[in-house]
Structures are given as structure tokens and as C-alpha cells.
Ligand binder design. Structure first.
Ligand code: SF4
Length: 468
């Protein structure tokens, strides 16, 4: 960290100490400091909204933010600010931007790794389970990726799998080794016991997202009997220790109604979740069931429900497919994130199993500069309509072209899948979604751009440009 960076960090942390003394009244003060040092524009865009929200005593967002001062362990809250906001965003984005310029490629904000393909559950249709139970990244390999990532300004690391907590000792070791980074596993929660929860509380920089499928019946029918109860127990153990956590949901044509219901949103809040991920079913793998892809009206239902509940529920929600408008489309291929599977393959995304580089012989930077990731860099965004961001689900011709031209190989170790075969399963869904998404974007897209421009103008800055 340079001298200027350490001055910025000190100023933010001092403002934060002031906020901690009286969060209700002092919270917006930290924005003044963050905005002052915000060269990338990533804070400015949110600042105006944040100020408005904090002034509204009834706002759900105000409730959520203030809950971090009552429900969350002080040390964990400090780490979230320091690692995600300061290191990962304020300072990290400067290093990321410089590296983008220097190397002419995408540089991510976060990296998703699969420590193992092993899982203690056998969920129906799980793409990760198809990788079998034999693959693992060694501790040294994961540690090396974090070290290489930090050189490029990456301070946030996610884990999927397999079940990442099968390797809980190594994950905790990584947290100890890199206290300046934040780690978040997508976990079924069943391996979170008293001892592990105590360790999470000790390290402070581990922020789990627990996967459920909606209610108990839906979760147990896909993940096995008793899984829901074990996930609830994990949430209880975390909540007791004031460890914040999220919920990870996968919506399909079969369960979208229950996952998009108000009761379910209220339930997640009552469990103590601070945030929720929403993924949709992607028919990856030879045994995939294309019928489970959410139909256009079902995907729109989720689009509408999430936007509706964002106005009323104290829960941060992230919709992996329908939020492209906020981040200029697809974030994969290193633009904001990339995926490393348990075999060490550098894949553009957890759902795109094609690669031309592997960490057993290649560096992170060389993968970012390789043909497949450069095809993403040069092709993003894949559609002018930000509600049709995905090169697999919404623009299958784009994925075919990138794989064919880059020569990337299928990395699905269970059964290699030809890209033409894979994209044939999404062709129809993409066309159907376009018919719904185009009028939706024509209706909502202009308003989103306008709001972004107005917020930036008010703050005296140019509207934020997302990295390509
Ligand atoms: S490839 Fe598709 S699923 Fe992956 S980040 Fe891009 S839009 Fe999302």
C-alpha cells in the first residue's frame, strides 16, 4: 500500500470510528470521506441514494444498515468495511484499473474458487456434483491465487464447489493468512457446527451464504431429507455469535413462485440473513433438464418481485441474471469475476465450463490475457439490452463464437460437453426471453440511465463507466 493509499485508509477508518459512536446520526459522514477519495466513481454512484435512504427513518435500507451495528460482531463489521469497501473497492479498484490499462485485459473485483469437487450431499441436477469427488485445489494453490489476485487489486474471494466447507480447515487458514481479504463460501451449511462457527467468529473475515431451495419441502426434495433443518441450525449458530450471513437461492420453473413470495422474503429476514443471492437454473451438463429453465414470464416475475421487495425488505438482494443493468451486463471472463474449478481450470464463470488455461501451469494474469478471457473482454457487453446479459442463456451465439474462435476446451470433467450441444439447450429460451426483455428494457432502461446520470451530476462527477 502506497503512502496516499494509507492516508485514504486512515481517513476512512477514522470516519468509521466516528460513525460507530452514533450510527443513527453519523452514518452519512463516512460518505464524505469515501467520495473524496473515489477516483473510480464506484462510491459516488451510490452516495446520493444512500444519503436519501439514511434520512428516511422508515427506509428498509436504513434498517438493514443499522442492523449491522446491533446484530453483527464489531470485529466482523470492521473487517467488512476494511476488506470489501476499502481494500476491495476504494483502493483495490485503483490497482485493478491500472492493471487493466497496463495489461490490456479484464481484471476482476472478485475470484470464485472451488476448493474441492467433494460434497457431503448429492443434490438433484447439481452441476458441481458431476465433477466427482476426486478433485481438489491444494492449500498452496489457493494461497497462490490469493497472492496473485492481491497483486492485481483483488481482495474478495468466493468459494463454491463441491461443498467448500469440506475443506474448512484450509479455508480458515486462508482467512488467517490474508486478514486483509474477505472470503465468502456458497455452502449448504450442513458442516457448520459449534467449533467451526467459533472459528468463523475468531477470524472475522468469513461471510457465508447458505444455499436453500425455498421452503423445507423444496429444499429436502432436491438436497436430501433433513438438509433444511441442518441449514437452519447453521443459521442459528451464526446468528447466536453475531456472524452475518446470506442465503443463496436457485429459482427454476418449478419453485420460482415460492422463492419470489413475500412470505419467503420475510422468512429470510427472520432467519437473520443480511443478503440473498438469486441464481436461475442453467442447463449445464449432459443430464441437465432444460424444462427447469425459468420461462420468460417466470423470469419477469422474479425481476418484478425483487424490485418490489427492494423497496420494503431489510435485505440486500442480488439477482445474478436480472441485475445486468447495474453493472453493464455480463461480469464474467475477469470483468468483475472469474471461476477456478477444482481441477485448476480458469473458467470465465461458474456456469461456463470452457477454458484454455490451468493454474497447474499458468498464472492468473496469463489466463486473463488468454484467448478465452480476451474473447469475453472484447465481446462484453454481449447485448445492448442489459436484461439479456448472458452469452449462454441469452445470447448463445456469442458463447459458441468465443469457444470456437478461442479453441477453449470443455472443462466438464464428468462428461465434456460440446458448446454447440450446450447452446442448443438455451436457444429457444433466449428467443422467448428476448420478446419479454426487449419491451421491458425499452420501458425501464432509459430511467435507469437517467437516474445514474442525475446522481453523478448532482455529485459533480461524470456518470460512472463500468470496466469493459
Ligand atoms: S456468463 Fe452468464 S451467468 Fe456468467 S456472469 Fe456472464 S451473464 Fe452471468
Amino acid at each position: 500500500m502506497g503512502v496516499v493509499d494509507s492516508v485514504e485508509k486512515k481517513a476512512v477508518m477514522e470516519a468509521y470510528s466516528y460513525v460507530c459512536k452514533d450510527p443513527e446520526n453519523n452514518l452519512t459522514k463516512i460518505l464524505d470521506v469515501l467520495e473524496k477519495f473515489d477516483v473510480s466513481g464506484s462510491v459516488t454512484k451510490q452516495a446520493e441514494t444512500f444519503r436519501r435512504v439514511m434520512e428516511d427513518k422508515d427506509s428498509n435500507w436504513r434498517k438493514l444498515i443499522l442492523s449491522f451495528f446491533t446484530d453483527v460482531d464489531d470485529g466482523i463489521r470492521d473487517k467488512i468495511l476494511e476488506n470489501i469497501i476499502v481494500n476491495g473497492t476504494l483502493l483495490g479498484s485503483k490497482t485493478q484499473n491500472a492493471a487493466r490499462k497496463k495489461y490490456g485485459c479484464n481484471v476482476p473485483w472478485t475470484i470464485l474458487m472451488d476448493p474441492t469437487s467433494a460434497c457431503n450431499l448429492h443434490c438433484t441436477g447439481c452441476w458441481a456434483a458431476e465433477y466427482g469427488n476426486k478433485l481438489n485445489l491444494t492449500y498452496d494453490e489457493m494461497n497462490s491465487i490469493v497472492k496473485q489476485g492481491k497483486e492485481l487489486g483483488v481482495y474478495v474471494y468466493l468459494f463454491s464447489g463441491g461443498e467448500p466447507t469440506v475443506r474448512k480447515d484450509d479455508l480458515i487458514r486462508l482467512c488467517d493468512e490474508h486478514p486483509d481479504c474477505e472470503f465468502q463460501p456458497f455452502t449448504n451449511g450442513t458442516l457448520i457446527d459449534e467449533k467451526f462457527a467459533d472459528e468463523i467468529l475468531r477470524v472475522k473475515n468469513f461471510f457465508p451464504a447458505i444455499s436453500v431451495e425455498g421452503d423445507e419441502a423444496a429444499t429436502d426434495s432436491r438436497r436430501g431429507k433433513g438438509t433444511f433443518a441442518r441449514a437452519m441450525n447453521a443459521m442459528k449458530l451464526l446468528k447466536e455469535r453475531k456472524i452475518p450471513f446470506g442465503v443463496s437461492n436457485c429459482y427454476t420453473s418449478a419453485n420460482y413462485k415460492s422463492i419470489g413470495s413475500e412470505e419467503y422474503f420475510d422468512q429470510m429476514v427472520s432467519w437473520g440473513a443480511k443478503y440473498a443471492w438469486f441464481f436461475t437454473y442453467i442447463p449445464v451438463g449432459l443430464d441437465a433438464v432444460p424444462d427447469l429453465i425459468a420461462k420468460p414470464d417466470q423470469r419477469k416475475y422474479m425481476y418484478d418481485r425483487l424490485r418490489e421487495f427492494r423497496k420494503s425488505k431489510p435485505l440486500l438482494t442480488i439477482d445474478f441474471w436480472n441485475d445486468g443493468e447495474y453493472i453493464n451486463g455480463c461480469i464474467a471472463g475477469g470483468r468483475y469475476f472469474l471461476h477456478i474449478n477444482a481441477n485448476g481450470d480458469f473458467e470465465p464463470c461458474g456456469f461456463i465450463h470452457y477454458a484454455d488455461h490451468n493454474l497447474h501451469k499458468d498464472t492468473l494474469l496469463s489466463a486473463l490475457q488468454g484467448p478465452m478471457f480476451m474473447a469475453y473482454h472484447n465481446g462484453q457487453p454481449f447485448n445492448d439490452n442489459m436484461l439479456r446479459p448472458c452469452p449462454l442463456l441469452d445470447n448463445p451465439q456469442a458463447l459458441r463464437k468465443m469457444v470456437d474462435e478461442s479453441g477453449a476446451k470443455s472443462t466438464d470433467v464428468a462428461a465434456p460437453e460440446d458448446v454447440h450441444e450446450l447452446t442448443s439447450k438455451t436457444e429457444e429460451a433466449a428467443k422467448d426471453w428476448a420478446e419479454v426483455a426487449d419491451p421491458l428494457w425499452a420501458r425501464d432502461g432509459g430511467a435507469i440511465r437517467k437516474a445514474r446520470e442525475e446522481a453523478a451530476a448532482k455529485a459533480g462527477k461524470k456518470p460512472r463507466q463500468n470496466p469493459r
